[in-house]
Design a binder for this molecule. Sequence first.
Ligand SMILES: NC(=O)c1ccc[n+]([C@@H]2O[C@H](COP(=O)([O-])OP(=O)(O)OC[C@H]3O[C@@H](n4cnc5c(N)ncnc54)[C@H](OP(=O)(O)O)[C@@H]3O)[C@@H](O)[C@H]2O)c1
Length: 237
Amino acid sequence: MTIDNKTVLVAGASTGVGRETALMFAADGAEVIAVARSEDKLASLKAGAGDNIRVIAGDLTDPGFTDRLIAEAGAVDILVNLAGRTAHAPFLDANPDMWRGAWELNVHALLVLSQGIARGMAARRSGHIINISSVLARQVYPLTTFYAATKHATAAVTRGMRIELAEYGIRVTEIAPGLLDTELMDQAEHPAVVAAYAKRQNARLPAAEVARAIIYAAGTAAGTAPELIALNPHGQI
Ligand SMILES: NC(=O)c1ccc[n+]([C@@H]2O[C@H](COP(=O)([O-])OP(=O)(O)OC[C@H]3O[C@@H](n4cnc5c(N)ncnc54)[C@H](OP(=O)(O)O)[C@@H]3O)[C@@H](O)[C@H]2O)c1
């Protein structure tokens, strides 16, 4: 598959893996729709990449925004679902509102956006959905109980989409990274989580490595697609 002239919607494009992914697709000639809440970060992304990037800013947990996004995006060839947040805390001390927020973004918002975009792909009998889960889609580490649950769910819905959407010509891929060098873990507030991650010795994956895996998956031959690409930094188990 060539990426040139494909329309790629990157959900969660303002920082981290999403930003790298948007830049790489744009450099390869794709028309990128970059989505996140932070208008200033999206504006600087566009300033660095030019006309190949269109920005649509909003909150993916807001159903009104998602409806508008699906309508404004038009025909999307590749959807990359990257928007995510953590929910790390000791189980006994966790705030259930944090659990709800992580579920709404990591799972519910991914489902709603994917459904809306996949309906257009199904009508055109072509498309590729790439969902970013985590090493925690298959493992649970201390302090990660609920975040890991959202990522196990991401793996499950990715598998379900792959099975159900194949007959419409839609390819579906899961990318499962280990610990990254992004801002995501800066959200951690609980002292036990901050201390545990400060002590971790293993390397962190560069965001660009995960972006490269996404570009690879998108470029595989029509009629095939990697089901799962798992990437860990050296030393992570
Ligand atoms: N970091 C890790 O160690 C790690 C490991 C494995 C998997 N992952 C997964 O990889 C994906 C990318 O993470 P990352 O490390 O690149 O994190 P990141 O830099 O924090 O990126 C998260 C992206 O999601 C966007 N986002 C957050 N809430 C949103 C909302 N309500 N509506 C729209 N956009 C929203 C953020 O932009 P705004 O804040 O501007 O909205 C940002 O663009 C996530 O799904 C994460 O769970 C991360």
